[in-house]
Ligand binder design. Structure first.
Ligand code: MLT
Length: 395
């Protein structure tokens, strides 16, 4: 009889956001007249910007004519998009070659797929609280996971300890869920650690577009030594509202070599075997993000999410509730009031004021007692949710 992947029995019963969606569904079944104010999963609420929509329409037209029709795309990404992204980095003074850019169908897919590059015997260090897919993807392959807890004492930005032994290192900055951002000095410590120990950093830069402070790095490749130890995984989901459109990109520098093997070449080998590339239409839409017009328009949308963040943090300030994030990131990480547990607080908000957030415990044990609000909801819902929150929690 076939043996299934027994590692699946080591996973939690259901994925965090699936569990929350189930709880919401059950609540609405029991209370069909209620509206939920959704600030749980980080799913965008604003439509794609005009530049992207125009490019998508034109690409559909291209597919209708023999002369401009495209069949299979380059597995590593269409050169027009790889070049647009490469140029976007070079304009910021980061030297990236177009062939170091790989187009993906999104960061969450890529964060799991990229593990193909590493032997199962490698350990994976996850700085927690963390996006739960890091742990789940490594649990599925049976990898040893180092749960590297952070806390408010180190600003949720820990650095490697002297005795640390880790092979794959996940760094998400700006962080999901805490909104904390690594500064150059702390990030350099991880780069130096990885180079000294032959580790590889998987740098999740999905939220880089939300950084406001110029002194904070938006790409790990802004720092010395990153080209020999890091892979950057980026998404257009939050940057440009692509959660339902699906496109992202990954940077693997040519200098990233382990055991004499180039990870860039290995990824080409992987992609040419395992994918037929991202759709032509989607890649044309994505390329429009990197035009001057596209950049201006996506920034307008981000501004609206930042106003949501301000609305929520003003409310937390008035309530005297501790929080971080919300400034250089689209997430606000708060301490549950009245010493409530994070799932307890989730149920309390859902039942009393129909506001949905994400319990901190879902991001790792050290997230217990905390809660996350996403700022990607509609401005109207965020405003009403903030008022309801204030009404419920004021003394
Ligand atoms: C989140 O809410 O943490 C993210 O939106 C989930 C994701 O990007 O898959």
């Amino acid at each position: 009889m076939i043996l299934p992947n027994l590692n699946y029995s080591n996973l939690k019963n259901s994925y965090l956001f699936f569990r929350i969606a189930q709880k919401n569904k059950e609540y609405l079944e029991k209370n069909p007249d209620k509206h939920l104010y959704r600030m749980g999963i980080g799913d965008v609420s604003l439509p794609l910007c005009d530049a992207v929509i125009k490019a998508l329409h034109e690409a559909v037209e291209d597919q209708s004519k023999k002369e401009t029709f495209h069949g299979y795309m380059d597995e590593c990404g269409a050169m027009f998009l790889r070049e647009a992204i490469g140029k976007h980095y070079r304009n910021r003074g980061i030297n990236i070659d177009n062939c170091e850019v790989f187009i993906s169908s999104g960061a969450s897919d890529e964060l799991g797929d990229i593990l193909d590059l590493f032997d199962k015997s490698n350990s994976a260090l996850v700085i927690e609280p963390a996006y739960p897919a890091y742990v789940d993807a490594n649990t599925m392959v049976g990898r040893n996971i180092i749960h590297y807890a952070s806390s408010s004492e180190n600003g949720f930005l820990p650095v490697p300890t002297k005795d640390l032994k880790a092979d794959i290192i996940y760094i998400c900055s700006p962080n999901n869920p805490t909104g904390a951002v690594f500064d150059r000095e702390k990030l350099q410590k991880w780069i130096d650690y990885a180079n000294e120990n032959g580790s590889v950093i998987l740098f999740d830069a999905a939220y880089e577009a939300f950084i406001e402070q110029d002194d904070l790095p938006r790409s790990i490749f802004e720092l010395d030594g990153a080209r020999t130890c890091a892979i950057e995984i980026c998404s257009l989901s939050k940057t440009a509202g692509f959660t339902g459109t699906r496109c992202g990109y990954t940077i693997i520098p040519r200098e990233l070599v382990r055991h004499g093997m180039s990870l860039n070449q290995m990824w080409i080998r992987n992609r040419t075997t395992k994918t037929n590339g991202v759709s032509y239409i989607i890649q044309r839409g994505a390329a429009a993000i990197f035009t001057e017009e596209g950049q201006r328009q996506i920034k307008e949308n981000i501004k609206i999410y930042k106003q949501n963040a301000k609305c929520l943090t003003d409310t937390l300030d008035k309530l005297g509730i501790w929080y971080c994030g919300g400034k250089n990131a689209p997430y606000i990480w708060l301490k549950c009031p009245k010493n409530m547990g994070s799932w307890e607080f989730f149920d309390y908000l859902l039942n009393e004021i129909q506001v949905v957030g994400t319990p901190g415990e879902g991001f790792g044990k050290c997230g217990e007692g905390y809660f996350r609000f996403s700022t990607f909801g509609s401005a109207e819902d965020t405003k009403i949710a903030s008022e309801r929150l204030y009404g419920l929690l004021k003394e």
